[in-house]
Design a protein around this ligand. Structure first.
Ligand code: UDP
Ligand code: MG
Length: 342
């Protein structure tokens, strides 16, 4: 039995069950952690549900991990997990969902950009009959216009090229029923573009609009290159339409090439062949070279994905999981799930 199987078995025992698990992936969030726990506790206590906070440290280097263990040792409602290194938010999120035992699971960012105050409203929406309550950003405070514009373009592009709808402006902040979480956990793929996977599992979904707050403390972990990588990951994980674009582009280039060739040949027949045309030759060669490289690169993107899928590596490796009153238990190196950090 793998480690995950043991964990799942334990967590699913009736004794461990809680109404609500709050899963938070975090990386270098030491500055915001005390506030996060305080605000979550403040919000959750009056809701009248039993809950646990599943805080997953994604290999932080600022002491967040040790602090988490301390928190968990003193608060039985906190389940602290540390990954063996930084695996990326998607993997940390998967670890958190694997470790969660609640009948419903809410996911939110550590930096309090997703206001915990909305959890009550989300639970009400779920009680009204939805399996998934996803939160749509009406505004995004404290984010640069460049980031907003790129996010805007990305969501529009995604919804055009994937076969099912990936809701726009909806991040990871959401509430899910146990069966939706189980469906998500059962997806075997290593390339985990969570926003796409959330949409893929389906289930009746209720959308609530909210205003995204600015970070409470600390700095954003996303760099421009990371965002481009995530966008590429999202697109290539959920659509092969770009391959078709490459074919289309190739076809277009070929047609232009043939017409141009014909024009040259016919021109030479009527006007003789003056050896000229160096600029047009270079233009054609570079254009075709560009199209070919682009298409091969695109193809490579998909081949690379297949490569990582076939390796069947776990998504993440757990260093330890602590929940009071139990003490830290060093884990075997075998983890679960699976996303290659690309
Ligand atoms: N995060 C993570 N692993 C990473 C990067 C980020 O677990 O490698 C977490 C981070 O701690 C935060 C969430 O993912 O809880 C969102 O990150 P951030 O706020 O930096 O992204 P933004 O809100 O700026 O898109
Ligand atoms: Mg943030």
């Amino acid at each position: 039995m793998t480690f995950t199987a043991q964990i799942r078995h334990q967590e699913n025992s009736p004794l461990d069950r809680v109404d609500l698990s709050v899963v938070v992936p975090l990386y270098n969030e030491r500055a915001v952690l005390p506030l996060l726990v305080e605000r979550l506790t403040h919000v959750l206590a009056p809701l009248g549900v039993s809950y646990e906070l599943v805080l997953v440290d994604d290999g932080s280097r600022d002491g967040s991990g040790d602090y988490l263990l301390e928190l968990a040792a003193n608060n039985p409602k906190i389940k602290a997990a540390r990954l063996s290194r930084n695996f990326g938010k998607e993997a940390a999120l998967t670890a958190g969902m694997d470790l969660s035992s609640g009948d419903a699971v809410v996911i939110l960012d550590a930096d309090l950009q997703d206001p915990p105050e909305l959890i009550g409203t989300m639970l009400e929406a779920m009680r009204a009959g939805s399996d998934i309550v996803s939160m749509k950003r009406r505004t995004r405070a404290g984010e640069s216009w460049g980031k907003r514009l790129s996010a805007h373009l990305f969501y529009r592009l995604m919804s055009r090229i994937s076969h099912f709808e990936i809701p726009e402006d909806t991040g990871d902040f959401r509430l899910m029923s146990r069966r939706a979480v189980n469906a998500l956990n059962s997806l075997p793929e290593r390339n985990r573009y969570m926003k796409g996977l959330f949409a893929w599992v389906g289930f009746p979904t209720h959308v609530i609009e909210y205003d995204r707050e600015a970070r409470a403390a600390g700095t954003t972990k996303w760099k421009l290159l990371g965002l481009i990588g995530l966008a590429l990951e999202g697109i290539t994980s959920f659509s092969i339409v770009p391959l078709r674009w490459a074919t289309g582009l190739g076809l277009l280039a070929a047609l232009i090439g043939i017409s141009f060739g014909l024009w040259i040949v016919i021109g030479a027949l009527f006007h003789g062949n003056e050896v000229a045309g160096y600029p047009s030759l270079i233009a054609v060669i570079t254009f075709l070279g560009g199209v070919q490289l682009l298409s091969v690169g695109l193809l490579g993107e998909y081949v690379g994905k297949t490569y990582f899928e076939t390796k069947q590596r776990p998504l993440y490796v757990l260093r330890d999981v602590v929940q009071s009153p139990r003490l830290a238990t060093p884990m075997s190196t075998e983890g679960t799930g699976c996303a290659e950090s690309n």
